[in-house]
Ligand binder design. Structure first.
Ligand SMILES: NC(=O)c1ccc[n+]([C@@H]2O[C@H](COP(=O)([O-])OP(=O)(O)OC[C@H]3O[C@@H](n4cnc5c(N)ncnc54)[C@H](O)[C@@H]3O)[C@@H](O)[C@H]2O)c1
Length: 355
């Protein structure tokens, strides 16, 4: 049976990749990408979406009336956000709060009106900054590492799981996402909406319009491609901060499963990321980029740590594996290579945005 699936933020990095993946796999479905094109570079995705017979609607999730053009839907994937942790620190909180919180509320209203399944792309940034930075760690030559024995619940060498405490500041980005999560939970428990929340770590891959404050892998690869300088910022400027990275194709596999198994996962929250296997420090990311591009660039060292910086974060994927039999398949090397080839093939159109 054909379905209508709405992806808010559908012209963004994740939204456009999910939209195209779904249309390729389920040609009979109507896939609607709804986006206000706030993110620089999202406009490049419109021709990709149209080539794949995806319906593109220009609209803003902050504006309830903009949803009226959409019509009936069976599922809503919320991938629209101001996704930068640094936004809202100091100033510029208004757009972020209005989109990430009030806009998500509008998405919930709309899903509820159509009794549509609701898949929310949340973030690992809902976990508090100080609590993460207080985890026990050791320092190796190229990276920081979590030690296995941790006092804090929900943390181990395997990463951070869904039991990690929630007390403390987490940035405006993380807070708006957590506040939205709480509302998603209420829609699920009290109004019977079928929902799932994915607390994603760093997602990477082609069509990510990486910039200094969001999209680290694309940024790092692009700067190596165009031979431009970068900086290691914080923690002594040694580039030893660690994250796990997940290919957007692996995220697609997850969302595809969820769309088709909502009864099984209704009301659940998952930490989603590449996990320990795909952890990489900035220094190691530089090595991967040098290898694939053949270029060595100047990298400055800024010792001072910024307020929302994290020394180490990676997801413990155990729950996602146990409940959904889902596992990441791309290695760090493959993710970097895929991103590099995408930039190489599209460098003329990407130059204005990524360079
Ligand atoms: N990329 C990651 O590493 C990552 C990690 C964790 C969570 N997430 C979450 O995944 C989702 C998608 O992120 P992404 O990486 O694709 O970001 P992105 O910036 O590439 O895509 C977001 C899209 O939303 C659109 N948008 C912004 N404000 C809007 C509004 N008011 N109305 C309609 N559209 C609006 C933007 O134009 C953009 O196309 C976000 O919710 C983000 O918080 C992303």
């Amino acid at each position: 049976m054909s379905k209508r699936i709405l992806i808010t933020g559908g012209a963004g990095f994740i939204g456009s990749n999910l939209a195209i993946g779904l249309k390729e796999k389920y040609p009979a479905h109507d896939i609607i990408a709804f986006d206000n094109l706030k993110r620089r570079g999202s406009e490049l995705n419109i021709s990709r979406l149209l080539q794949h017979q995806i319906i593109f609607l220009h609209g803003d999730i902050r504006c309830k009336e903009d949803f009226e053009q959409i019509g009936h839907i069976d599922s809503l994937i919320d991938a629209s956000a101001e996704p930068s942790v640094l936004k809202g620190i100091g100033k510029e909180t208004e757009y972020l709060i209005n989109t990430n919180l009030f806009g998500t509320v509008n998405c919930l209203y709309f899903a509820d009106k159509h009794t549509a399944n609701f898949i929310f792309l949340s973030t690992s940034r809902i976990y508090p900054i100080k609590m993460l930075n207080n985890l026990e760690f050791s320092e190796a030559e190229n990276r920081f590492e979590l030690v296995d024995k941790q006092i804090t619940k929900g943390a181990s060498k395997k990463g951070v799981d869904e039991h990690f405490p929630l007390d403390g500041s987490r940035s405006f980005y993380g807070t708006t996402k957590l506040a939205a999560e709480l509302l998603v939970n209420e829609y699920s428990e009290l109004l019977g909406l079928k929902t799932v929340i994915n607390r994603c770590g760093v997602i990477a891959g082609p069509w990510q319009m990486g910039k200094i404050d969001q999209g680290i892998v694309a940024l790092w690869v692009a700067k190596h491609f165009w031979k431009q300088p970068l900086s290691y910022i914080g923690y002594g400027g040694k580039g030893k901060q660690v994250r796990d990275i997940l290919h957007v194709q692996d995220l697609f596999n997850l969302v595809d499963y969820q769309l088709h198994n909502m009864d099984k996962i209704n009301g659940e929250i998952f930490n989603i990321g590449g996990g320990l296997q795909t952890t990489v420090s900035l220094k190691e990311l530089t090595q991967h980029c040098e290898e694939i591009s053949g270029n060595k660039i100047k990298i400055d060292k800024v010792a001072e740590t910024r307020v929302a910086d994290l020394r180490i974060y990676y997801s413990d994927n155990e729950k996602a594996k146990r409940v959904m039999n889902w596992e990441p398949t791309f290695s760090v090397k493959n993710i970097v290579a895929d991103t590099f080839h995408w930039i190489k093939e599209n460098h003329t159109s990407l130059e204005n945005i990524l360079k």
